[in-house]
Design a protein around this ligand. Structure first.
Ligand SMILES: [Zn+2]
Length: 411
């Protein structure tokens, strides 16, 4: 099949005015100027018109499970209060509520141009009950051992049996020791071994809030008080920053997708400066959720300056207003006006593809890439095509996932 568009925006190469992309099965096999890429005898040709054709967007951090909780928790006094209110809401949700939330989340993400999503699985038992995934999905099994430290191994065994339950074409798995305040060092280390043996990516939440920092650095504050009340052993508090604690204890390391890193301290930057690029973790920033919690400013420039790979995610609808990645980019742009539209698109294409070990296959248009593409209306000069995409607020009118086309009417 030959796709023709006013502009082809490969992301990994300069834009092509009057471009064409050839797709065979679920792969891109060629792209270039339409004039240089004539249709083959009998080949189906799709004229997409006044659009930019670009790789589908990748959401590097989401919780599809909470997609019915938009505006459910308004104006919490702090992060701990939000966690407590989320926990109380979660206890009232039925399995059907959660399955419904996941489907709604998929639809919303897809309408806004997401073709790959990294979703934390707080209810992994339900994942096998889902119909085949409409998007490329990494389900990250959420691992928590706050109350029963002795059963960390059992948590891992549970995770392993979960991965055997389901594999469809678009679904893959990773591990998510939840956060340093809910997962023990032992659980982190077990997750790491398990993921390495199975070739799975790893993610965690770390240095997200001031309250998490206060707990780990000073052994005090509302999060400390709340978790102590739940009988969590608190001997890991009062020593280090959350990031420093996990890193120096070998709980996290290279290639982890670290969500948030909002409240990094001078000692954290000193630690990062000692690392060589092949030891770097990846970073996931969630601008809408960040603003909702009024977290300390995300150190985009400093982390990028060190050479870290920064991805953007939406987080869940329990702490942001939409699953639109372009919307998240516009929020980031407000805080980081020096970033170009190309820089912004990088964080939802090439950067997360690299973090998932899929460079050259996802987040780019080049021969050999998986055929995940979206079209966004584009009528201005070709050099403004990226900016026009970032500014686009509507539903994406056309997309292809794994070589299969869907249009807005079918979503
Ligand atoms: Zn999260």
């Amino acid at each position: 099949m030959l796709l023709r568009a006013r502009v082809v925006l490969p992301i990994s190469a300069p834009p092509i005015f009057g471009g064409a992309v050839r797709v065979l099965g679920n792969r891109v096999t060629a792209l270039g100027r339409a004039a240089d890429l004539p249709a083959l005898p009998g080949e189906e040709v799709r004229e997409l018109g006044e659009v930019a054709l670009l790789p589908g967007l990748i959401n590097a951090h989401c919780h599809l499970d909470y997609s019915t909780l938009r505006n459910a928790i308004t104006a919490p006094a702090g992060f701990t209060e939000w966690v407590q209110r989320l926990n109380s809401i979660k206890r009232q949700l039925s399995n059907d509520d959660i399955l419904d939330a996941i489907q709604r989340g998929y639809t919303e993400a897809q309408r806004f141009g997401t073709t790959t999503i990294c979703s934390m699985a707080a209810f992994p038992d339900l994942v096998p009950q889902l119909p085949p995934a409409p998007l490329r999905t990494w389900w990250f099994y959420e691992m928590i051992d706050i109350r029963h430290r002795i059963t960390s191994e059992e948590v891992v065994t549970g995770a392993l049996s979960f991965f055997e339950t389901r594999k469809d074409g678009l679904t893959q798995f990773g591990l998510n020791p939840h956060a340093p305040y809910t997962a023990s060092l032992l659980l982190y280390r077990l997750a790491r071994v398990c993921a390495e043996q199975n070739g799975m990516p790893l993610t965690t939440h770390v240095s997200e809030s001031l309250e998490e920092s206060e707990m780990f650095e000073n052994g005090s504050g509302p999060l400390h008080q709340f978790l102590e009340g739940l009988q969590r052993p608190m001997h890991d508090c009062g020593h280090d920053t959350p990031f420093g604690w996990l890193w120096r204890n070998g709980a996290i390391g290279k290639d982890w997708l670290l969500a948030h890193l909002n409240d990094l301290k001078a000692s954290d930057f000193s630690l990062l400066e000692t690392l060589s690029p092949d030891q770097f973790p990846h970073v996931v920033h969630c601008p809408g959720s960040h603003a909702y919690f009024n977290h300390p400013p995300f150190p985009f420039t400093k982390l990028a300056g060190l050479g870290l790979n920064i991805c953007v995610g939406t987080d869940s609808l329990a702490s942001t207003d939409s699953l639109s990645l372009l919307g998240e980019l516009r929020k980031l742009q407000l805080r980081e006006p020096a970033l170009s539209a190309e820089d912004l698109l990088h964080t939802v294409t090439l950067a997360p593809a690299r973090a998932l070990g899929k460079a050259g296959e996802l987040g780019c248009l080049e021969p050999g890439a998986l055929a995940d593409l979206i079209a966004i209306p584009c009528v201005g000069p070709v050099e403004q095509a990226a900016a026009e995409c970032v500014a686009f607020t509507g539903f994406v009118p056309w997309m292809m996932v794994d070589g299969k086309i869907s249009t807005f009417e079918t979503l």
